[in-house]
Design a protein around this ligand. Structure first.
Ligand code: NAP
Length: 239
């Protein structure tokens, strides 16, 4: 499926690598003007993407940068909350900092960006917000209580925002990937990886592009009557 995002402005958090880079690539290849927000700027980034340095867990910095992008680009049509980190540990070993970091980067960041774009999208009377959750936000996962809580939090946030903003034609959905081959999942050792893949009905992980194409659907006019939904993109892992 390919979409026409010409004259659309998109902000993608964590577009510097992994799934976010694939999302930037897909949206820009289909005509969108794309801005990526991340803490570091990639050396060999996509020449069609504008990279801005920003820690999305910082409320003030996010308000400032989104206001600057709005002034520069004239509208904000698509927001993809993709930035995320893991700090895995069993609860007995997890420290307060690792809890707070994961909640701030994965969950609070979505409040920070949505707060900044909501007023702009309300003025436009249209907009698409797509949050990237995770399968573990539904299933939970031992050793990932902070990460799973942040992703489950995003589900509640998505549905609440969808209800608040529906009359303004701002549609909010969440994609829950299973296993995607990126730096985040490179941390798994061979045995962990084998056990993980064995459980997936399709017996393989996703590429970033396979996630990006579903983002494209939610960002496009083909989903203009879809809001508040959680779509698992996981090769059948969670059913
Ligand atoms: P990744 O390769 O580690 O990339 C993470 C991205 O987030 C990077 O661009 C990183 O850039 C950015 N980021 C991290 N902290 C940030 C901060 N404080 N402010 C701004 N940007 C920040 O991860 P990924 O695998 O592509 O994951 C992307 C999203 O998909 C995450 O939300 C993740 O939870 C979710 N997900 C991934 C999988 C998977 O199997 N890979 C499965 C389910 C869900 P900087 O470090 O430069 O800031």
């Amino acid at each position: 499926m390919s979409f026409n995002f010409e004259k659309r402005v998109a902000i993608v958090t964590g577009g510097s690598k992994g799934i976010g880079a694939s999302i930037c690539e897909h949206l820009s290849a289909n005509g969108a003007k794309v801005y990526s927000l991340s803490r570091s700027i990639p050396e060999n980034g996509n020449s069609n993407v504008t990279y801005k340095q920003c820690d999305v867990s910082n409320f003030e910095d996010v308000q400032t940068i989104i206001s600057e992008i709005h002034k520069e680009a004239g509208s904000i049509d698509i927001l993809v909350n993709n930035a995320g980190v893991t700090k895995d540990n069993l609860i007995m070993r997890m420290n307060e900092k690792d809890w707070d970091t994961v909640i701030d980067i994965n969950l609070k960041s979505a409040f920070n960006t949505a707060k900044a774009v909501a007023r702009i999208m309300m003025g436009q009377r249209k907009g698409k917000i797509i949050n990237i959750g995770s399968i573990v936000g539904t299933t939970g996962n031992a050793g990932q209580s902070n990460y799973s809580a942040s992703k489950a939090g995003l589900v509640g946030f998505t549905k609440s925002l969808a209800k608040e903003l529906a009359t303004r034609n701002i549609l909010v959905n969440l994609i829950a990937p299973g296993y995607v081959m990126t730096e985040m999942t490179e941390k798994l050792d061979e045995d962990q990886l084998k056990a993980f893949l064995d459980n997936i009905p399709m017996k393989r992980g996703a590429s970033g592009e396979e996630i990006a194409k579903v983002v494209g659907f939610f960002a496009s006019d083909d989903s203009n009557y879809v809001t508040g939904q959680v779509l698992h993109v996981d090769g059948g892992l969670a059913m």
